[in-house]
Design a protein around this ligand. Structure first.
Ligand SMILES: Cc1cc2nc3c(=O)[nH]c(=O)nc-3n(C[C@H](O)[C@H](O)[C@H](O)COP(=O)(O)OP(=O)(O)OC[C@H]3O[C@@H](n4cnc5c(N)ncnc54)[C@H](O)[C@@H]3O)c2cc1C
Length: 355
């Protein structure tokens, strides 16, 4: 008989897990307190798909695998619509770039050290090109809400049910095991419950005594009005990360995780937008349309929290930053663990209990 699984959260992590669970033959119910497409993180994400610098090898390998899974998924579900535009990066001391490239290449990541002239060929609108930069041709980005909705639609096609405006207020336990959730007066029973509620997972899990070592840093991104093409790919310059959506909006933050909003987020957004315009030739008439303020679910050691807590059965937790990059691999591996009790070796370092 099919396992009955409830997924709490219809952000990109919950949506990918729901899709992969349905594909693995589970009977899936997704519950979200709000609308489909995520809460404070997914709709406000810069949405860079990468295994870029600064991560330990096991984490880089998980990210690289997820990039491959994005490609595999996209070949079956083109509406996920990944823009494999490549990433140009130089937000690091120039004397560290060569070593980073050498390390990443030794792990199998497709990166090159390039000079300023080559950088300018990749992004001809840069007013001041870097002397040296890293170019990762296999990086990309998505429109995170659209991709989340595509995961949910694919899950529904496979029989998953999705209930929106359904806030989980607590768990139903039987003999010490999680056996479902409460939504208002309703009880939804399940063989296992997946908590994929981003930063809100902390509050949900408190009732079960599951503590997550989690922070929720704020990140502000500015979005321009739709414009003609100014950028070919992702640009990670010191203090300014930029990309252009396929629709034509420039999305910028002082860092991919967004700018710190400060006391006056509108003033921060205006300053960031000015910096964006100043960086590119031909951006004189670019206009800001809106800015977003998101909160990244960020485990304190920077690594994903994925798996079953040892002291509570019937429960699976999936909370991570870089959820846009990682959604395909986390969805695939979580489904295999929940349905077939097989934990992929790439997930081994990311147990909850390491905290
Ligand atoms: C500014 C910013 C920039 C980022 N840049 C990148 C990037 O470049 N690359 C990258 O890979 N990642 C990036 N991230 C991180 C990435 O966006 C997140 O890791 C990812 O979106 C997390 O998705 P999620 O589904 O876990 O959480 P969310 O999108 O927050 O979704 C959680 C869902 O759970 C629901 N929920 C919460 N509580 C309940 C409840 N009690 N009952 C029912 N439903 C509930 C919420 O309504 C919500 O829909 C960025 C994030 C931010 C904010």
């Amino acid at each position: 008989m099919a396992k009955k699984i409830i997924v709490i959260g219809a952000g990109i992590i919950g949506a990918s897990i729901a899709y992969h669970l349905a594909k693995a033959g589970a009977e899936v119910l997704v519950l979200d307190a709000q609308t489909a497409g995520g809460g404070v993180a997914t709709p406000n994400s810069w949405a860079w798909i990468n295994a870029s610098w600064g991560n330990p090898e096991p984490y880089s390998r998980l990210r690289m695998r997820s990039m491959l899974e994005w490609r595999a998924l996209e070949s079956v579900h083109p509406d996920l619509n990944v823009n494999w535009c490549g990433g140009l990066l130089w937000d690091l001391p120039q004397n560290e770039l060569a070593e980073i490239v050498a390390t990443q290449k030794s792990w199998g990541y497709d990166v090159d050290l390039i000079d300023g002239a080559t950088a300018l060929k990749i992004e001809p609108r840069l007013k001041v090109p870097p002397e040296l930069a890293i170019f990762a041709s296999g990086e990309g980005s998505i429109e995170p809400v659209a991709a989340t909705l595509a995961f949910l639609a694919a899950a529904q096609t496979l029989g998953a049910k999705i209930a929106l405006g359904a806030e989980v207020s607590g768990f139903h336990t039987l003999g010490g095991k999680v056996a479902g959730v409460k939504v208002g007066e309703h009880l939804h029973e399940a063989d296992e419950v997946v908590v994929a509620a981003g930063v809100q997972s902390l509050g949900i899990l408190a009732e079960l005594g599951v503590a997550l070592n989690l922070e929720a840093p704020a990140g502000l991104l500015v979005h321009s009005k739709i414009n003609t093409k100014l950028l070919n790919g992702l640009v990670m310059a010191p203090d300014l990360h930029l990309r252009q959506t396929q629709q034509g909006r420039i999305v910028a933050g002082s860092h991919f995780g967004g700018a710190r909003p400060g006391d006056d987020s509108a003033a921060t957004a205006a300053a960031l937008f000015k910096q964006t315009k100043d960086m590119l030739r031909g951006a004189e008439d670019l206009e800001m349309e809106f800015y977003t303020l998101g909160y990244r679910p960020t485990p304190k050691d920077g690594l994903p929290l994925i798996g079953r807590p040892t002291h509570v059965s019937g429960l699976y937790v999936a909370v991570t930053h870089s959820g846009v990059t990682l959604a395909p691999a986390i969805g695939l591996f979580a489904a295999a663990e929940i349905v077939h009790d097989k934990r992929d070796p790439l997930l081994q370092p990311f147990h909850l209990e390491r905290q």
